[in-house]
Design a protein. Structure first.
Length: 234
């Protein structure tokens, strides 16, 4: 075969190979395509409630657009607050699955945050009717929120969950609160003691309820709520 023809064939094959290489370099992976598609869905607002006024709808659309702009303006920087707000607006307008997607995306991108997990716990309990997923998210929230200032509010939410949505597992309340009170940061938490005292009171364990109301009064003798509960128990 003529040497020029051989060289030409080799050159064509090399160019084809290089072209194929750069094509594959530029082509998004399946996971990237999936992630982009999921994000597009999250950043689309669907009004599902039929009882909202046009004024309310316009306000939510405006708020949603602001958070969407924040997210898209800096796509390489994850903004947890913006995704939390996106999920909140979706929940308000009745798009519960959309709220779930936004908060689960936030949980995936920021696995150590507490807010998205708490919101998912409430959403699964109240709206999506899945107590097992609600419980898993609530517990993850408690784990992530250790050391956060004022996180007793999460414990109140968890107690309400077991009390009103998952009474079959109500005994978990005692375990969770007793474990928390063993930690140094919560040893004198009047909020957690009150939650535990109320749990015992509601479940007929009078002596234990009295014990914890009295512990509160040792820490704070002026706690009127504890005084009133003790009066009712005696």
């Amino acid at each position: 075969m003529n040497k020029k023809i051989i060289y030409l064939i080799i050159l064509i094959l090399l160019l084809a190979g290089i072209g194929f290489y750069f094509y594959n370099e530029r082509k998004p992976s399946q996971s990237e395509q999936t992630s982009s598609s999921a994000l597009d869905k999250i950043l689309t607002l669907e009004i599902k409630r039929t009882d909202l006024t046009q004024e309310q709808i316009a306000r939510y659309q405006e708020e949603f657009a602001k958070d969407k702009k924040i997210i898209l303006t800096a796509p390489d920087t994850f903004n947890l607050a913006a995704f939390i707000n996106v999920g909140t607006i979706k929940k308000i307008v009745g798009d519960f699955e959309g709220a779930r997607d936004a908060w689960e995306y936030a949980s995936l991108k920021s696995p150590k945050n507490s807010v998205s997990f708490f919101n998912l716990g409430l959403l699964y309990a109240e709206d999506l009717k899945d107590n097992q997923k609600a419980e898993a998210n609530y517990l993850k929230c408690l784990e992530n929120s250790k050391g956060e200032s004022g996180n007793e509010q999460y414990y109140r939410g968890v107690v309400d969950f077991y009390t009103y949505f998952y009474p079959a597992q109500i005994s978990e309340v005692e375990k969770i609160l007793l474990a928390a009170l063993q930690e140094e940061r919560y040893q004198n938490s009047q909020d957690l003691m009150a939650l535990l005292a109320t749990y015992y009171q509601n479940n007929g364990q009078k002596e234990k309820a009295i014990e914890y109301w009295q512990k509160i009064l040792i820490i704070n003798p002026d706690n009127e709520g504890a005084k009133n509960e003790l009066e009712e128990l005696k």
